[in-house]
Unconditional design. Sequence first.
Length: 75
Amino acid sequence: MDVVEMIGNAAGEVWQALKAWQATEDVNTGMSIPKLKYRTNLANDLLYEALGWLARENKVGFSGEGKNIKVWLKE
């Protein structure tokens, strides 16, 4: 599997985790990066690459700053 395919697959995992989160939690709060890492079990670099992929496609939004960043799906 090449790197682009790995990042694309990771982006799919992140999207699925956020979709499941938003189905059960308050959509407006978003998910913290540490919780997203726990739910996907992705390595840090792959998690951030996947988030970059989804951000580039305008599929996710971010709020907060520093260690308090939250991410959610834009739908």
